[in-house]
Design a binder for this molecule. Structure first.
Ligand SMILES: Cc1ncc(COP(=O)(O)O)c(C=O)c1O
Length: 290
């Protein structure tokens, strides 16, 4: 499938207070966000023209910015309103919304507190992250050599651009080896998450998911836990090691981009069962379109 480059599309992007022509939504190469990773972002899905969990994502954007010492020069309600306006302007029915916050170009040094904080919000049509065939078959995961850092080593509670460096490296390596994505362990060797999604395991009709103590407690992850609780399905949030996989029947990923995606294998471990995953996918579909 041919993907249009992201800097050469029609439409508008909201940038620092105005809607600007898509191809003109540019920043200077000497900006602090690019050089020193002073940048946070969000990813939201639009279903039938409505943004799913807009409040939760907007709250997380402000929280991430605060953790990185970035002062967004707009208030919460303004960001909510702009998000709604941009999907109307872009006429998006099923798509993706990407707010991004970064420190500007006033200072090119590690210390740059006096630099401006910038905000842009873009939206585009985006059906499914994986092809329908992949979703049916389930995706194949490698196990990355990169470990999710401890909360003492990185701001793991934020959706900070810098945290994605090891995610891209892990996913590139996985794809090079013929996998679709990678499972990442944390600094203690516990199972953590995939490169852009949380992970769940099914064992004897109960759900197991790693305790989100050094990676994002995803909004989709929380929605799946909510669905499970509404349906009397037991959820265990705890630490476990790679060995735990041997005993599992089903595995799936959750995230705004991947939604709920079945996993067919992690390295040599295969997971053919889909019963609970399919049930959760159908309940999730009801929630996002209600
Ligand atoms: C590293 C990582 N973990 C987990 C998630 C899932 O979070 P959410 O469900 O809020 O999209 C994402 C996606 O945003 C992510 O990039």
């Amino acid at each position: 499938m041919q993907i249009l480059p992201f800097d050469n599309r029609d439409g508008v992007i909201w940038l620092n207070g105005k809607f600007v022509e898509w191809r003109h939504a540019n920043v200077h190469v000497l900006n602090h966000g690019l050089h020193y990773a002073s940048c946070v972002f969000e990813g939201l899905r639009i279903y039938n023209g409505k943004i799913f969990k807009l409040d939760e994502h907007t709250e997380r954007l402000f929280k991430s910015a605060k953790i990185l010492d970035l002062d967004i020069p707009y208030n919460y309600q303004e960001v909510v309103d702009i998000s709604k306006q941009i999907i109307l302007k872009q006429n998006i029915s099923d798509g993706y919304l990407r707010p991004v916050v970064w420190r500007g170009s006033e200072m090119m040094a590690i210390s740059a507190k006096k630099g401006s904080t910038n905000l842009a919000i873009a939206a585009w049509e985006w059906p499914s992250y994986f092809s329908p065939k992949k979703l049916l078959e389930g995706i194949k995961l490698n196990v990355s050599k990169w470990l999710r850092p401890s909360p003492e080593s990185a701001p793991t509670d934020s959706k900070a651009a810098g945290l994605y460096m090891i995610c891209s490296l892990s996913k590139h390596e996985a794809e090079k080896l013929g996998f679709d994505d990678a499972l990442m362990l944390d600094y203690r060797g516990y199972v953590a998450e995939a490169t852009g999604a949380n992970i769940f395991f099914v064992k004897e009709n109960e759900l197991f998911t790693p305790l989100a103590d050094c990676f994002l407690n995803g909004i989709t992850r929380q929605t799946v836990i909510e669905i499970a609780q509404e349906n009397n399905i037991k959820v265990h949030e705890r630490h476990f090691e790679l060995d735990f996989l041997k005993t599992c029947d089903e595995v799936f990923l959750t995230g705004t981009a991947v939604e709920i995606t079945p996993v067919s294998s992690i390295k040599q471990f295969n997971f053919e069962e889909r019963k609970l995953t399919k049930f959760l996918i159908s309940e999730f579909k009801k929630k996002v379109t209600s």
